[in-house]
Design a protein around this ligand. Structure first.
Ligand SMILES: *Cc1c(COP(=O)(O)O)cnc(C)c1O
Length: 224
């Protein structure tokens, strides 16, 4: 595991780069929330980040998150967990129980499962609709052309607490046209949250209007 000192140092460095990027974009520093992506890293790495003042985390597997986060909540009541990875419908109820934000609402079947799970659990974590901005066959997400209709289904038909949009742009090429598209689409729908940008491109995402950046390896080190 990356040492607690290195995690604290990396976090300080990322926070400084976020501050610089927000300043360059003439946006207030508080406009961007850092989601520290701790997937594959042990609970001790999360605790090191918490000790360094980081309260918002992202995990892409519900089972892994369930093994790490509930035990930390009593000591860190302000901790916020974002589920950011592909979610099977049979894990919807666990996700609703565990998460404060579900960023990976990516298909109608999952929307229905989450609505049912929220009713059963009496808990309503915020949701983000994940858009497959590059229309890549291997990637999850609603296609850009279907986003408006899907948002209507989620908000009007199912009453889901959808607060924004999320994307992972293609690995190759300039991500900024995709980031601009996502931010504009969120604004058009009056949605306040735009989750985009990872270790390699979070500054570009902030320049395009990201409100949440999801940074993993630049904080916790490379994943095995
Ligand atoms: C792993 C992951 C990240 C973080 O990626 P890094 O390149 O390690 O910063 C961000 N978003 C999602 C959806 C992820 O799965």
């Amino acid at each position: 595991m990356t040492s607690p000192d290195d995690i604290a140092h990396n976090l300080a460095r990322i926070r400084a780069r976020i501050a610089e990027a927000t300043a360059r974009a003439n946006r207030p520093a508080k406009a961007v929330t850092l989601v520290a992506v701790s997937k594959t890293h042990p609970a001790a790495a999360v605790e090191a980040a918490l000790a360094a003042g980081q309260l918002v985390f992202g995990e892409n597997r519900v089972q892994e998150a369930a093994g790490k986060f509930p035990a930390l909540r009593p000591a860190w009541p302000a901790l916020r967990l974002h589920v950011i990875g592909a979610l099977q419908t049979n894990k919807a109820r666990d996700a609703v129980r565990l998460a404060d934000v579900i960023e990976s609402l990516d298909r109608p079947k999952l929307a229905h499962a989450l609505a049912e799970a929220m009713t059963k659990e009496g808990r309503r974590p915020d949701c983000l609709v994940q858009v497959n901005v590059g229309e890549e066959p291997q990637k999850a997400g609603i296609l850009p052309a279907e986003t408006d209709a899907f948002l209507r289904t989620c908000l009007e038909e199912l009453g889901l607490p959808v607060r924004g949009l999320m994307c992972i742009p293609p690995a190759e090429g300039d991500p900024r046209p995709h980031f601009d598209w996502l931010a504009a689409r969120a604004a058009q729908h009056g949605l306040p949250v735009v989750s985009m940008g990872m270790s390699g491109d979070f500054e570009a995402a902030i320049g395009c209007g990201a409100t949440h950046v999801r940074v993993g390896s630049a904080i916790f080190g490379a994943r095995a």
